[in-house]
Write a protein that binds this ligand. Structure first.
Ligand SMILES: Nc1ncnc2c1ncn2[C@@H]1O[C@H](COP(=O)(O)OP(=O)(O)O)[C@@H](O)[C@H]1O
Ligand SMILES: N[C@@H](CC(=O)OP(=O)(O)O)C(=O)O
Length: 803
């Protein structure tokens, strides 16, 4: 072991969620012995402190629940112990006994015979004492001898149970005495200490970080590492802002300020003991240990805090008439004297004509609401209340030197219809704070995070459909790195399974569907339309009517849609009109370039001509690659039935080729083009010549394929008759004078359409500008690669158009 460096590693409850995570955390410690001497601090297993608190609540009324409550916790710990250790009996017994102690203490609490607050802290200490035992035993079982320490032996505090103050000098001395002489790797309980009478105290919720800070101070550690479940300190709480990004470096000042204002990742006191030391603080992800996380040092010249946002709450806004404001203020100040929370009471008067405003922490408000009610009714004062509000704070070092910053932030909120209930900007603070209801707070936090991150735009994608086009698109997305845009695939689904990962699905390899769930569109729509969504592109590669019918809901919620599916544009005209107005009202975008001509720029050309003031008079040509292929084959003497089977095998024709031969596909493409130009037209108004023989319209697919050869001769005659006159057959569509006609056309062999090869499409556009010779768009009109590339181009266009 190289002990040249001392590293203190603290593992929070999130790193100790289940046996796998515990194993992963112990592995990090084992690996560390290669380069340093590790000292470990652990929190309780995830959820255990909460469970203990729950057990102590109203204990007098539920003594019958003590046994089962304790037993659940005992089993949880013993099961993990048995799974991860080689059965160290003594330690297992100690672990078991902790829960006997817990039972006794809970009974004592219910009888109310001892100092309640002291008892509660002793009860809470069980979580850390149990996890330290487990962690040390797992290390030892894996060949790294370790010893668990109960920190109340050496962390000395006053007797403020629940949030004890540490006596730093004595503590420093004792930590050294206990830990420096340990021959094994010490595993210390976080969160707990003891008072002068050796009664166990706790340091406040999330206090294990603080314990780690104390240990790092006493041992003059080179590293203090906070191991948790995110990639370091993020630009915002990921539960509010899923696009939050990891911050590389921060100063001690930054982190102290951020954590004091609600960045939960590190306890506000943690840094205090090592304030003046050269210790490097690292915040790292136990599930992603190779990620550098965040490095926090005293010397770092900070501008990192520029990019951070915190959300705190809930708060209650209380308004009273100005005449009573100061009296109420002094009452609230008196009632909050015992509060350690600096945001328990906030007060604001803006002008004598406006009511005075108090912003109270909701938990404090609930405590004093009776007193408040009495005060108000004795004076006949009307209290105007609004609860469940959240403060969104945007931090920056630049508020003082960049006057436009506050304005830009305001503009951003206003342009998104966000009206804060209250706003505060204290000149010597590095943040601006806005009060919103929960929904608006979520959107504001997301907007501020995304827009002020820098030039990088974060765009969320959801891909529905993983067939030929969807699958190819996902592959193409892998290698896409557009400048200034980060795409985050938050979900994907097919008709069976749906995968959702708010932080983004890794695209490097094939998607791992192991965490997927059965596709349920009701649930998916709830997630897709959650209030904090911003810049979301929904890609519909399903070809499903059910999905296309969901577009209105998505547009209503500001989602942008890109699709190669013709369905939504070709349902009844009323549906199309509805989509258009929703798109306009909600300022969203709908791109469907690949619905006519696959990757060819047909729709965008029409849109561009129109927006340049041109008026389109006629569109005609071939928009089915399958049909081009079919007639090419017929020209070469291949029988009709064989040509169709061949087109099907090559993946050009649909599995049931009647879907192509019916002309429905071409009709829908022309319907889309006509409607894009603003014409109102129903599918039934389009005359379509079907190539399916009358007798084979209603038979099953196999019979259809079997009997197709009966028609080979007719087709042979038809094509030779044309060829004899220097002509050929093509399946075309024509939109003119508000009408659409689809069917076979006999054309000169040497005309542009007559010469089409492969699966090419050719679209001719006549307009006021192009009135002599048409504007012609020609190229491959089918195939998953070109279609997926076209969808991708639509996604990029949409992304670039978003601010
Ligand atoms: N700015 C932020 N950066 C990183 N995480 C944050 C931030 N704000 C809030 N969090 C939340 O804090 C959690 C970690 O804190 P905590 O629950 O105390 O973890 P642990 O159990 O590891 O101590 C993360 O999972 C994250 O959801
Ligand atoms: N277990 C304690 C102390 C702690 O620090 O936990 P965590 O590191 O999981 O936030 C709590 O839940 O408050």
């Amino acid at each position: 072991m190289n002990t040249s460096e001392t590293h203190v590693l603290k593992f929070g409850g999130t790193s100790l969620q289940n046996p796998n995570y515990i194993k992963q955390s112990t592995q990090i410690v084992m690996d560390r012995t290669q380069q340093a001497h590790p000292f470990v601090v652990v929190s309780a297993l995830e959820g255990v402190t909460d469970a203990l608190i729950e057990l102590t609540k109203d204990i007098g009324k539920k003594t019958d629940l003590i046994e089962t409550g304790v037993d659940n916790l005992r089993q949880k710990h013993l099961t993990i112990f048995d799974k991860l250790t080689d059965g160290q009996h003594k330690k297992r017994n100690r672990l078991d006994k902790l829960f006997d102690e817990l039972t006794q203490d809970l009974h004592k609490l219910s009888l109310d015979i001892e100092n309640k607050r002291a008892l509660k802290d002793r009860i809470l200490s069980i979580g850390e004492r149990a996890s330290a035992l487990i962690f040390a035993s797992v290390l030892s079982s894996n060949g790294l001898p370790a010893e668990s320490f109960e920190a109340h032996q050496f962390i000395k505090t006053d007797s403020t149970f629940g949030k004890a103050k540490v006596k730093q000098d004595t503590t420093r001395k004792l930590i050294r005495e206990y830990l420096q002489q340990s021959k094994f790797v010490p595993v210390v309980t976080g969160f707990i200490g003891s008072d002068s009478q050796n009664r166990i105290t706790t340091l406040g919720r999330s206090g294990s970080d603080y314990t780690a800070g104390l240990v790092a101070d006493a041992l003059n550690a080179d590293h203090l590492e906070i191991w948790t479940d995110v990639n370091g300190v993020l630009s915002a709480d990921p539960r509010w802002v899923p696009t939050a990004q990891s911050i590389k470096e921060l100063s001690f000042g930054d982190i102290t300020e951020l954590s004091a204002h609600g960045a939960k990742v590190i306890h506000p006191q943690t840094i205090r003991p090592i304030q003046d030391k050269g210790t490097t603080v690292l915040v790292k992800n136990s599930y992603n240990p190779s990620h550098p996380g965040t490095s926090i040092t005293s010397g770092f010249e900070s501008n990192g805090a520029l990019k951070t946002i915190t959300v705190t709450g809930p708060f209650v806004k209380l308004q009273v008439d100005e005449t009573h404001a100061f009296e109420l203020f002094s009452k609230l100040t008196e009632w909050s004297e015992q509060e350690t929370d600096s945001e328990a009471v906030g007060f604001k008067t803006s002008s004598e004509f406006e009511p005075a405003r108090f912003i109270l922490r909701q938990s404090f408000f609930e405590k004093v609401s009776n007193l408040l009610g009495q005060w108000a009714s004795s004076r006949d004062v009307v209290l105007d209340l609004q609860s469940n509000l959240f403060k969104v704070k945007k931090f920056s070092n630049h508020f003082s030197d960049d006057e436009s910053l506050s304005k830009r932030i305001w503009d951003l909120l206003v342009s998104n219809n966000l009206q804060p209930i209250n706003a505060e900007r204290n000149l010597d603070e590095r943040f601006i704070s806005f009060l919103f209801d929960r929904q608006d707070a979520q959107l504001a936090a997301r907007l501020l995070n995304d827009y002020l991150q820098g030039d990088q735009k974060v765009i969320d994608l959801f891909v529905a459909g993983t067939g030929a086009v969807g699958h190819t698109l996902l592959k193409q997305l892998k290698s896409l790195e557009p400048e200034g845009i980060t795409f985050r695939l938050i979900g994907a689904c097919n008709s069976r399974n749906a995968l959702w990962q708010e932080e983004g699905i890794a695209l490097k390899n094939d998607i791992d569907w192991s965490d997927s769930e059965p596709t349920n569109w009701e649930l998916l729509i709830d997630k897709l339309t959650a209030p904090h969504r911003n810049n979301l592109i929904f890609v519909d590669a399903t070809g499903s009517e059910e999905v296309a019918r969901l577009y209105p809901q998505l547009f209503e919620n500001g989602t942008h849609i890109v699709t190669p599916s013709k369905l939504a544009n070709t349902f009844e005209q009323a549906f199309f009109d509805d989509l258009q107005s929703l798109i306009k009202e909600n300022n969203t975008s709908f791109r469907y370039e690949t619905t006519a001509g696959a990757g060819l720029p047909v729709i965008s050309t029409l849109n561009e001509l129109q927006s340049a003031g041109d008026s389109i008079t006629e569109i005609s040509g071939v928009v089915s690659g399958t049909m081009t292929y079919l007639f090419n084959q017929l020209e070469q003497g291949v029988p009709f039935s064989e040509a169709i089977v061949d087109a099907r095998e090559k993946g050009y024709a649909e599995p049931d080729p009647r879907d192509d031969l019916s002309g429905e596909d071409v009709a829908r493409k022309f319907l889309t083009l006509a409607r894009t130009l603003g014409y109102k037209i129903e599918r039934e108004q389009i005359a379509v010549e079907s190539l399916i023989p009358e007798a084979l319209r209603d038979v099953d697919k196999d019979t259809f394929l079997d009997q197709l050869s009966n028609y080979d001769q007719t087709w042979e005659q038809r094509i030779s008759a044309a060829q004899n006159k220097g002509q050929t057959l093509r399946y075309t569509g024509r939109f003119k004078d508000g009408k659409v006609n689809i069917g076979i056309e006999v054309l000169p062999k040497d005309s542009p359409i007559g010469q089409l090869k492969g699966t090419d499409n050719l679209i001719q556009i006549f307009s006021d500008l192009y009135n002599q010779t048409p504007l012609v768009i020609q190229g491959p009109g089918a195939g998953k690669e070109v279609t997926a590339a076209g969808v991708l181009a639509d996604i990029l266009k949409t992304a670039r158009s978003l601010s």
